[in-house]
Design a protein around this ligand. Structure first.
Ligand SMILES: C[S@@+](CC[C@H](N)C(=O)[O-])C[C@H]1O[C@@H](n2cnc3c(N)ncnc32)[C@H](O)[C@@H]1O
Length: 324
């Protein structure tokens, strides 16, 4: 079997890595993560417990040229505004932002391809200028770049979580984003049968919820929005790292357990949760939905493999050649 080298930037707890490992295994490729980085110690602990290697720290303190060569770069980077003075200058405009460090690694290391992820709000951020600078910067580095907004709900997970996905490849390829894969997993397969009493909401909270809402579903996740409106669905609204304690309630009466939150993000039960509940909530809330990026990676892998002259037979997707 041949191997693909990749790096995992802003890796958090390794959503991209789980997805890459699964996609490679299904296509008889050996995934080889040659570098990872996240500034958060608790994320580093989780990552090390599950993958055996500890991520490097602050990316702003790492010399891009010291990063090992790799075929694919992954990065779910925090969204920050760019200062846009006069005309948009792309690469120069991004200086001082975390995106700049990704762009600089791409510039120095020239991977075959990259997949970047961010919140949906990036599309409208700073009247669309932030995303425009990001795309221009990546194109100026010599990549063919496509982006779209995908929803985890469309890729088998019972969570409405919309994310911008940016894919780049050095060569012109006929990559297209994966079609939706419905239905999503029912909550029955996500929710634990027995949970500790500590996850139960107080009588006061329950009463307030039940006064406002009656669910149409046997199993549902109740969601209270900023203005206090309560609604429920047979799936979860987006997990959030900094949400209030009772933002999401199973059947209006209890909070999600860490395992349920990790399942909602597509992490397999073999993923070890070694941190306390509040860290687990933050880590799950920041993670990338595994199934969503796995669908993207599975469509990208044949092109990367082909450009590396790897002799592989792909089951799922047929390679198409660009018209020109
Ligand atoms: C949106 S999260 C990415 C989560 C990841 N995709 C996952 O599946 O868990 C962004 C991550 O960037 C990390 N981060 C922020 N600033 C950083 C820096 N200067 N260097 C390295 N990592 C940083 C945060 O700690 C956080 O885990």
């Amino acid at each position: 079997m041949e191997e693909l080298k990749f790096i995992d930037l802003f890796c958090g707890i390794g959503g991209f890595r789980v997805a890459m490992d699964q996609a490679c295994r299904e296509n008889n490729i050996i995934p080889n993560c040659v570098f990872s980085s996240d500034i958060d110690r608790s994320c580093q602990d989780s990552y090390e417990a599950n993958f055996g290697d500890r991520p490097h720290g602050d990316i702003t303190e790492i010399d891009a040229t010291s990063i090992p060569d790799h075929d694919i770069l992954y990065g779910g980077f925090p969204c920050q505004p760019f200062s846009i003075i006069g005309q948009m200058k792309g690469f120069e405009d991004t200086r001082g932002t975390l995106f700049f460090y990704i762009a600089n690694i791409i510039k120095q290391k020239k991977p075959k391809a990259f997949v970047l992820e961010n919140v949906k709000q990036l599309v409208g951020h700073n009247e669309g200028k932030t995303l425009k600078v990001i795309i221009k910067t990546l194109k100026d580095l010599g990549y063919h770049v496509q982006y779209t907004v995908l929803n985890a709900l469309d890729y088998g997970l019972p969570q409405k979580r919309e994310r911008v996905i940016i894919v780049g490849h050095r060569e012109p390829i006929l990559f297209s984003f994966p079609s939706p894969i419905r239905p999503f997993k029912p909550l029955e397969l996500i929710l634990e049968k027995k949970v500790d009493r500590k996850y139960l909401a107080s009588d006061y909270i329950k009463q307030k919820r039940f006064e406002k809402h009656k669910s149409a579903y046997k199993l549902s996740i109740w969601h209270e929005n900023k203005s206090g409106n309560v609604c429920s669905y047979p799936y979860s609204c987006a997990l959030r790292a900094g949400a209030s304690y009772n933002y999401l309630l199973v059947n209006g009466e209890r909070r999600l357990t860490p395992r349920e939150m990790f399942r909602l993000q597509g992490f397999p039960d073999s993923y070890k949760i070694i941190v306390n509940d509040s860290q687990a909530r933050k880590q799950a809330g920041n993670a990338v939905p595994v199934n969503l990026v796995k669908a993207v990676i599975s469509k990208l892998l044949p092109y990367v493999a082909k450009s590396l002259d790897m002799k592989l037979v792909f089951n799922e997707y047929e390679l198409e050649s660009p018209a020109t």
